[in-house]
Ligand binder design. Sequence first.
Ligand SMILES: *[C@@H]1O[C@H](CO)[C@@H](O)[C@H](O)[C@H]1NC(C)=O
Ligand SMILES: *[C@@H]1O[C@H](CO)[C@@H](O)[C@H](O)[C@H]1NC(C)=O
Ligand SMILES: *[C@@H]1O[C@H](CO)[C@@H](O)[C@H](O)[C@H]1NC(C)=O
Ligand SMILES: *[C@@H]1O[C@H](CO)[C@@H](O)[C@H](O)[C@H]1NC(C)=O
Ligand SMILES: *[C@@H]1O[C@H](CO)[C@@H](O)[C@H](O)[C@H]1NC(C)=O
Ligand SMILES: *[C@@H]1O[C@H](CO)[C@@H](O)[C@H](O)[C@H]1NC(C)=O
Length: 405
Amino acid sequence: MKSSYHPQRMEIIVRVVFVLTLVNFGFVNGQIYDVLKFGAKGDGTTDNSKAFVEAWKAMCSSGGNNKTLLIPSDNTFLLQPLVFQGPCNSPSVKVQLEGKIVAPLNKAAWSDLKSCEWVSFNKIIGLTVFGSGTINGRGSSFWKANTPASKHPTQLHFQGCNNLEIYGITSFDSPRNHISINDCRQVKITQIKLIAPGDSPNTDGIDISASTDVEIYDTMVGTGDDCVALNSGSINISITRMQCGPGHGISVGSLGKDGEESIVENVQVTNCTFNETDNGARIKTWPNGKGYARNIVFKDIILTETKNPIIIDQQYIDKGRIDVEESSAVAISNVTFVDFRGTSRQDEIIKIDCSEVTSCKDIILDRIDITTIDGKKPIVECINAYGNSTNAYDGCLKPTHKPNL
Ligand SMILES: *[C@@H]1O[C@H](CO)[C@@H](O)[C@H](O)[C@H]1NC(C)=O
Ligand SMILES: *[C@@H]1O[C@H](CO)[C@@H](O)[C@H](O)[C@H]1NC(C)=O
Ligand SMILES: *[C@@H]1O[C@H](CO)[C@@H](O)[C@H](O)[C@H]1NC(C)=O
Ligand SMILES: *[C@@H]1O[C@H](CO)[C@@H](O)[C@H](O)[C@H]1NC(C)=O
Ligand SMILES: *[C@@H]1O[C@H](CO)[C@@H](O)[C@H](O)[C@H]1NC(C)=O
Ligand SMILES: *[C@@H]1O[C@H](CO)[C@@H](O)[C@H](O)[C@H]1NC(C)=O
């Protein structure tokens, strides 16, 4: 092959490099990529998605460490659906949210309603999203709409982001769930607040799937659905000191929908409070699923007027589905509920309703001190459930090993 030298092409390259250098000096203050320098208008009405993506691309493609995309305070930035795409050239990048991000005013004003995510982070390694700013999805027009929830956008979506950290930010009124974590490893989430009205549909706080080593601590979640939902592929998850409520509690599942194989294991939920939630600690699976949910601990839980403080439901069926013959189930084993105290809004404080096919094995109920707000004697119910229970609930679970005759 003949190698060729083109002086004109060389000159163009030199010019481009020169212009890029100018751009860098002019727009970028050291390591900070301020969206205002990339054309964003913090006036609350201009669509800034393009400027945000330009700032992101500039930061993400520059090498080196300690780069920050800054969303400055005292500004309100309207964003249409957008993707922050990785991988980046640096081993870690930050997004500092100090100002406000808002969604289009209502459903009709969204430019891309097919998109199931509003703000997406894709395949970014070493991402930190932090700051004292807020993001508001103005979800009420979606909540009222007669469209399936699956068509409503997730507020903040993280996909394939290993070494992810999220702290400080507040998220309001997501059209669907506030945060989803999918296919991520080594995730730390702390000091965040996720807020939506208690009657807003499908506004889960944090949804996790296909992700490992996720730590969530010192957070506040009050929404209309699950504070946290641990879906299939959630492994090594720890949630501690979460204030949950209003909402539907912290839930493993629902798992095994449409015969799907689901796995959730090594989950610790500790030192959490549930205030006026529908559920406290919950595991729910669909009939005819496969896989397992195991090695799960709920410990040091305080409940205030929770409807279903402790619930395992293996007959979970969404409304509108017909009941089906059960031939398999997600197998539930080694689940501990220990040190629960507080009040229940219903008399049935514990319901362990397990599959006839797999049964629940090695369930432990220990030091459960829950009273009912109407003063009636608490009711506990165990179906197809084996393990140890102590205190007042002795005998609810059947002993795992039948005595030899
Ligand atoms: C990273 O950047 C921030 C903001 O510019 C600065 O305060 C901090 O000292 C930098 N850290 C390192 C390790 O360079
Ligand atoms: C879960 O954590 C354990 C103990 O730290 C570790 O050995 C295991 O590899 C982790 N599992 C996954 C899937 O990362
Ligand atoms: C949880 O609460 C218990 C009892 O109040 C306390 O001993 C323990 O240190 C706390 N653990 C965490 C991780 O906050
Ligand atoms: C529970 O939430 C209500 C408001 O919904 C609040 O008034 C009350 O103080 C909270 N209770 C606890 C124990 O946090
Ligand atoms: C049961 O789960 C706990 C908590 O995850 C774990 O430490 C323990 O090893 C598990 N036991 C078995 C027999 O797997
Ligand atoms: C249940 O309790 C018995 C007797 O206290 C104990 O031997 C056994 O290990 C316990 N089983 C579990 C799963 O904790």
